[in-house]
Design a protein around this ligand. Structure first.
Ligand code: ADP
Length: 381
């Protein structure tokens, strides 16, 4: 029997590094782990140390990356800018171009670049592939991709709505189509990716026509620590009146906003505990999160005109029964009818949570970005 090939997938976020050895053909994960709080006190110093720790853990588990000889190392890169969207073989020229793109994604691209550099020194003889989180949204219709700002400025500075979480939105929309047993080309879908980062997309016949994140992963839904939509006037007002620097404002919008900014808690499990205990700020944070989510659902139903499937995914979307219920309550006029009993069933895997009579099929679809990245890698090489 020929041994299954494996791909090592590395996802370096701003303060976390996730790694996984995955078989792209069977989908089996041989090993996976997360190193978090990178750069924080009493933890790993930086992404270099984090990646070395990941390799040490794999070796301890009998899966030394050099001996396992993965077919490729797949790296998730958040922002591909205008030029990069297809999975791309990493070389020095690509790294140089990615560095140029860093101002577009200052919190996300530098750690990914560092992760690629270190992984290349640790595994120099294996192809490294960059997979872009913006790829799925590259051909977003101009009506959805365009900000109504000065056209020339936008052109000069490549300001458009890029969209993120594309690896997940694409994977989930394909899984959803397979589950309902219809070709993805025939389906109008809404995908709600609700994790620490959160985004929505409207997918028509397999191609996205709208998504909630924009130039950066800050736009759109309320997130764990990110604000989502705010009036741009807030930024100039804080700059002028509170004398905050642009960096401080950006950091506040990214790290001290969202559900955390409103309640002091970003994890929805603990947020529910706080609400139970009568915490008014936690209740408001939850309500603002739900309100924004419902606004987007309504908007995307209008954009699609007919919604066949609506899927929840990621940490909150896959696990939080209350969020799914509160997001969809009272939407039968839009064709969305949840089945409370199915919604509360914690059965893992893809599952339907809408009523049989619901014109829109509502699903919970576990995302698997690592598997999607691994499959992109082997397709390229
Ligand atoms: P990311 O990949 O963006 O870090 P995840 O998709 O892993 O995020 O989602 C993480 C979030 O999911 C947690 O911060 C928490 O709010 C939420 N979450 C995870 N498990 C549960 C659960 N059982 N119930 C409610 N929320 C959950």
């Amino acid at each position: 029997m020929v041994a299954e090939r494996v791909v090592l997938v590395i996802n370096s976020g701003s303060s976390t590094l996730k790694y996984q050895l995955v078989e792209p053909d069977s989908g089996i994960s041989r090993a996976a782990g997360v190193i978090d709080q990178i750069g924080e006190q009493s933890s790993v110093a930086d992404h270099d140390a984090a990646l070395r720790m990941a390799f040490a853990r794999l070796t301890e588990a009998g899966l030394d990356p050099s001996s396992v000889a993965p077919a490729a190392v797949g790296h998730r890169v958040v922002h591909g800018g205008n030029d990069f969207y297809r999975p791309t073989l990493v070389d020095d020229a690509l790294l140089a171009k990615l560095r140029e793109l860093s101002p577009l994604a200052p919190l996300h691209n530098p750690p990914a670049i560092l992760g690629i550099e270190v992984a290349r020194t640790l595994l120099p003889d294996i192809p490294h592939v960059a997979v872009f989180d913006t790829a799925f949204f590259h051909d977003l219709p101009a009506t959805a991709a365009t900000y109504a700002i000065d056209r020339r400025l936008a052109q000069t500075w490549h300001i458009r709505r890029y969209g993120f979480h594309g690896i997940s939105h694409q994977y989930v929309s394909q899984q959803a189509a397979a589950f309902v047993g219809r070709p993805v080309e025939d389906l109008n879908q809404i995908v709600l990716h609700l994790g620490n980062g959160a985004s929505a997309s409207a997918v028509l016949g397999g191609r996205p026509i709208e998504t909630s994140m924009g130039l950066t992963p800050m736009e759109g839904l309320v997130m764990g620590t990110r604000s989502g939509d705010v009036d741009p006037g807030v930024i100039s007002y804080l700059w002028r009146a509170a004398k905050m620097s642009v960096d401080d404002i950006e950091s506040m919008l990214n790290h001290c906003s969202g559900v955390f900014g409103l309640s002091g808690e970003r994890d929805f499990r603990r947020l529910h505990d706080l609400i139970e205990s009568g915490d008014v700020a936690a209740q408001l944070a939850y309500d603002v999160f739900i309100h924004r989510l419902r606004k987007y659902i309504g908007a995307y139903v209008a954009v699609l005109q007919r919604t066949d499937v609506l899927s929840f995914t990621a940490g909150i979307g896959e696990n939080d029964v209350a969020v799914r219920r509160d997001a969809l309550t009272g939407l039968s006029a839009l064709g969305i009818e949840l089945d409370e009993r199915r919604n509360a069933d914690p059965h893992p895997g893809v599952r339907r949570i809408s009523a049989d009579s619901s014109p829109t099929t509502v699903l919970v679809v576990p995302t698997n970005e690592e598997l999607a990245i691994a499959r992109d890698c082997v397709q390229l090489i």
